[in-house]
Design a protein. Structure first.
Length: 271
């Protein structure tokens, strides 16, 4: 896959099943999903989105607008993932997993693909994020570096001595500023609900995403939806990766058992 946006850690496994596209949190990079990829391969083909402005895309300016990110990603999905597109040899279901800001991108991307009449994801996993509302949320509106770093400390992200190094700050602050500007200026526009199954995940000690706020996602689809509350804070995924992988396997079992399931590797866990 020749794409600036998608990263696969390791070679693609021939015959792997559902393709899971993972969207990182604000300030995050594709490598945030390395642990989940290790849990799910070879039964699933796991791709992580690499936003501009970080890791191997560090030389590119970060994008500070959710709408622009969604449009760019929709173009990329059409080129790389949709059956019939160039380089897509055979129909293969795909799903989205988004954490925090990534949940907003996964959701809005599914809506955009639906508007375009493009076959969308077979399932959405929305993690560590409250459901969108017209008025938004004050925790997203951080207009200074000090507020951004304070929020990262509150969420339990990497802080401390790492951010005492001016060289590190110079490297990480541009994408952080852009991501928080993107999510802080994001406005949800009401529209028809999706018809895509949803799995909502949240930590029981998340300091900014209450369980009832996350549960609100279930109202954004006419398809089945379920909520999983896991032990941990905002970044519960780092400690509960195996549990999350089990939830993914269970939710995607119907799609995994569809056409082509007989081509899965013998070692794959498609339960």
């Amino acid at each position: 896959m020749a794409s600036d946006w998608f990263r696969r850690f390791g070679a693609e496994v021939p015959g792997s099943g559902v393709r899971l596209v993972c969207f990182p949190h604000a300030g995050g990079a594709a490598s945030a999903y390395l642990g989940l990829q290790r849990e799910l391969v070879p039964a699933f083909d796991v791709l992580a989105v690499q936003y501009p402005g970080r890791q191997d895309r560090r030389a590119e300016p970060p994008v500070d607008d959710i709408g622009r990110l969604v449009q760019a990603l929709a173009d990329e999905v059409e080129r790389e993932l949709v059956p019939g597109a160039a380089g897509v040899d055979a129909p293969r279901p795909y799903a989205f997993f988004g954490h925090s800001m990534g949940a907003v991108l996964a959701y809005e991307l599914a809506r955009e693909l639906d508007r375009r009449g493009v076959p969308g994801p077979c399932h959405l996993f929305l993690s560590g994020r409250f459901a969108p509302t017209p008025q938004g949320n004050d925790t997203d509106r951080l207009d200074t570096d000090e507020k951004i770093l304070a929020m990262i400390r509150r969420l339990g992200g990497t802080v401390g001595a790492v951010f005492d190094d001016p060289d590190v700050l110079e490297m990480v602050m541009p994408p952080l500023r852009a991501d928080y500007r993107a999510i802080g200026t994001y406005t949800w526009r009401p529209g028809p609900p999706l018809d895509t199954p949803l799995t909502v995940l949240v930590g029981d000690r998340d300091p900014v995403v209450p369980v009832d706020g996350a549960a609100g996602w279930c109202e954004h689809t006419t398809a089945p939806a379920e909520l999983h509350v896991l032990p941990g804070g905002h970044f519960y995924l780092d400690q509960r990766t195996a549990d999350v992988a089990d939830i993914v396997r269970d939710a995607l079992a119907p799609a995994q058992a569809g056409p082509g399931a007989d081509r899965l590797p013998a070692t794959a866990d498609a339960s």
